[in-house]
Write a protein that binds this ligand. Sequence first.
Ligand code: 4AD
Ligand code: MG
Length: 435
Amino acid sequence: MKYITVKEAIEKGSGIVSIKGWVYRERKSNKFAFIVLRDETDIIQCVINKEKVPEKLFEEAGKLTMESSVKFTGEIKEEPRAPTGYELIVSEMEIVQISEPFPISKDYSPEFLLDQRHLWIRSRKMNAIFKIRHTVTGAIHDFFRSRGYYEFDAPIFQPNACEGGSTLFEVKYFNDKVYLSQSWQLYAEAAVFSLGKIYNMGPTFRSEKSKTSRHLAEFWMAEMEAAWMELEEAVQVGKDEVRFIIKKVLENNIKELEILKRDISKLKSYAEKDYPTLSYTQAIKILKENNMDVEWGKDLRTIEEEELMKHFDTPVAVIDYPKEIMAFYKQRRLPKPEEAPADVALCFDMLAPEGYGEIIGGSQRDTSIEELKKYLEMQGEKPEHYDWYLDLRRYGSVPHSGYGLGVERVVSWICGLDNIKDAIPFPRTMLRKSP
Ligand code: 4AD
Ligand code: MG
């Protein structure tokens, strides 16, 4: 017997086919058993008619419970009333396993579904999200490779902080300690002197004490770094990357977006429109004009990002945040822009619309050893721990820039999810480490 997928069976549309999968829904009467079968591709209604099959088969079919694994052979035909427009009239059946009562039937509280994650990932919703995530990560590789970037890997065990000590995960390392990677960046800055333009996508760890719908303790960051690149060009690469990702999802995942009930017209506009750039100072002005109580010099919080994004219907790049509140490696903009009351950094965040907030953070990197040391000290770090990093400013230093894109933030936005936890198969947060 040659088995084909449910999708292939539907595409064939007529004749005898054999399929295998799991019982997604079942409904039985005296004369019929209606089994909706699912596999990795789709679902299809399978009908077992008592009058048309051996008595034993009909009896056995009565035992099929939700999530039982089963193989069917029969005739496929169009049936407008069936959930995917086709129906299989079963003539042969092989039960592989009768499932015990499946724990997920009606109770859909998000916490319950997270406890049952190992089973819930079979749902159509999670299946659709995973397929979109697959497109997103594939698109990131395609985007950078097609532009001549090399993939470059950095260690996950790292001796230093990149993004500040407060979110470091400490790990016992033989008789010493190390931290789990907060970013690939510091190693990337070393590697651009060899490879020029590089990228990477890898697990990233932050011990975020926040319980928001945007923060994970383990997430995937897609980063790029390039020698001879200034801030403006890095911002442009970021905009091109995001548009490229959205285009690929629209090319490959319309069906999944429909399952998720995503407004596809919005995604189409994100794939086509240009994204504006504005400065932090201009952002503060917009917020003040809209009666927000904000002060120049403080980082934008979620509520401020949300208010700001009400004024835009595409992603926006916000550049030139106050130097004093930025990570130590972001270069000061010289001369100071007239509009800003104090020094700003050559940096940017890309904010997504529809309340999804920051999806990219990046900057031009400081090349001054004195400045780097000063800001490391201000942030409570010992400059001597960063000696190897400072070497990069001693031997053929050049302007260079890079950024990191949060894969789950982007997947969450593209899929229109309520919580970032659904953008990763097995989420890790302050309050969740299993299954
Ligand atoms: O803005 P961040 O902290 O930037 C960096 O780590 C730089 N070193 C990157 C670089 O320049 N190479 O993080 C980058 C992005 C954020 O914009 C956000 O999308 C995502 O990573 N991110 C998180 N996503 C999920 N959960 C968290 N806790 C995240 N923290 C950051
Ligand atoms: Mg950031």
